[in-house]
Design a protein around this ligand. Structure first.
Ligand SMILES: Cc1ncc(COP(=O)(O)O)c(C=O)c1O
Length: 476
């Protein structure tokens, strides 16, 4: 690392190195080339990146990220994308197939999450309905905007609030920031699930929605959705269940006979859900589904303009033009797996998780937080767990550090069900723990950044640091 970069970026210099390893090896374009490069040359360069970046996720070293990743599946969805790469949902006259794909993605996801087993039939005014979005964050942002707008229209609420357990995804805070909602954050119980009494105590006359997760990102635990549903009904509030991570996992774990508490539209108070097709649904990145109980609620999500010189315009989600190819590829993933396919992949992941849980139970310094089913987190009472994470990174793993409590998150994907991967994870974890236990004063890595970020009392300094991280991303 050059000393210039070190003196300019300080503690963030290793991030610059991680984000921009190609600076020296490849030409950097800071403006358009005078003459375009040949397509062959461009393709050759792209192939080089693919070659360098492919092995880590392919061999099962990455938490989340690529949830399926078998060559045949990738080849299939790429073919579908290529055939629809010019399609745009904004122009259904040209691509009515996009409307078919999206209506059916919504219907299939809704039925997977209890639409056929609750009071209002699918397709009726009161039935479960939804939209295809670009990802989990967009699904969550749209749902929160929807509750804000409904409360303004029906209850004249001008200072809306949402109540969310601290394990709810960052996207709810983003929604609060974007849409001027006050987010009231409530604690968790000892099992890392929402404390329902605390949520009840946080409700005010301005509350527009409660939030719960199945499963939450940090710990992979499932909130007591049935009790939160009762609370929502008692107070006549919306309840959004974030199934971005668990939506395509829990229904199949349940069908495989695992003990999955009720979490979807079968719970009467659940009024909306988010569910990511681009995670355990195995669609390529860029799609998710937001679902609502009743079309009236969904209409608060829609955008329409009746007197724009550009014409009569409407759009159901945040984007205007959208990539039709992604919806086609998502639809293709869903119909090619079917229930049997998802059950089979879920079984494989559950087996890998069992191997990892059994392994972690034999490492006395580590403990798993709560009782997760798929994604999970572990902490240590005796070691700096961020140093353990650094050691795992040094062995090739890409894991996520959690704050407060300090812990490591793992979202095992189908890549982790390949022979030997779960066992290798446990062995590397054992080695990493031993190294940290036996090595005093370890320097460098991400541990100091995480340690600092967790400990600084003035959180505005951490906000500033995170903004700097994004500045680093855009450095040439
Ligand atoms: C529970 C949960 N909700 C929401 C999201 C946000 O999804 P995305 O990154 O697709 O915006 C995630 C991402 O990991 C998640 O795990």
């Amino acid at each position: 690392m050059s000393s210039d970069i070190e003196s300019e970026l300080g503690i963030l210099a290793p991030l610059d190195q991680m984000m921009h390893p190609y600076r020296e090896q490849f030409e950097t374009f800071d403006k358009l080339p005078d003459q375009g490069r040949s397509r062959d040359e461009v393709l050759r360069e792209i192939e080089q990146f693919e070659k360098i970046e492919h092995d880590r996720w392919k061999e099962g070293f990455a938490s989340g990220s690529v949830y399926h990743g078998d060559d045949e599946h990738i080849g299939f969805v790429n073919k579908v994308y290529a055939s629809q790469s010019q399609a745009n949902q904004l122009h259904t006259d040209l691509w009515p197939s996009a409307a078919k794909f999206e209506a059916e993605i919504v219907a299939m996801t809704a039925h997977m999450l209890g639409a056929g087993q609750c009071d209002a039939p699918f397709g009726s005014e009161e039935g479960i309905c939804g939209s295809v979005t670009s990802g989990g964050s967009e699904s969550i942002l749209l749902a929160m905007k929807t509750y804000r707008d409904r409360a303004r229209a029906e209850r004249n609420i001008t200072e809306p609030e949402i109540v969310l357990p601290r394990s709810a995804h960052a996207a709810f805070h983003k929604a609060a920031q974007y849409f001027n909602l006050q987010a009231t954050v409530t604690p968790l119980d000892d099992d890392f699930r929402a404390d329902v009494d605390a949520m009840a105590a946080a409700i005010t006359p301005n509350t527009v929605a409660l939030v719960a997760s199945a499963v939450n990102f940090p710990y992979g635990t499932i909130d007591p959705i049935d009790r939160i549903g009762e609370l929502a009904q008692q107070h006549n509030l919306g309840l959004h269940v974030d199934g971005c991570l668990g939506g395509f996992f829990l229904p199949f774990a349940e069908k495989l006979g695992r003990d999955v508490p009720p979490f979807d539209f079968r719970v009467p108070g659940v009024s909306s859900m988010s569910c990511d097709t681009h995670k355990y649904g195995y669609a390529p990145k860029g799609t998710s589904v937001v679902l609502y109980r009743g079309q009236e609620l969904r209409r608060h999500q829609y955008f329409t303009i009746a007197d724009w010189p550009g014409g009569l315009y409407y759009s159901p989600t945040f984007s205007g033009s959208r990539p039709g190819g992604l919806s086609a590829a998502c639809w293709a993933a869903l119909v090619s797996f079917g229930e049997a396919g998802y059950k089979a992949t879920t079984q494989k992941i559950l087996d890998a998780v069992a191997t990892m849980h059994e392994g972690i139970a034999t490492i006395p310094e580590l403990r798993i937080l709560g009782q997760p089913l798929g994604p999970f987190a572990f902490a240590s009472d005796s070691l700096d767990v961020y140093q353990v994470m650094d050691q795992m990174s040094a062995r090739g793993w890409s894991l996520t550090g959690l704050l407060n409590p300090a812990a490591i998150h793992v979202s095992p994907t189908l890549r982790w069900s390949q022979p030997g991967v779960a066992g290798r994870f446990v062995e590397h974890l054992r080695e990493s723990v031993a190294y940290v236990r036996e090595t005093p004063n370890i320097e460098g890595g991400m541990a100091p950044i995480y340690g600092l970020a967790a400990a600084i009392p003035d959180r505005s300094i951490v906000h500033g640091m995170l903004k700097q991280v994004m500045d680093v991303y855009y450095r040439l």
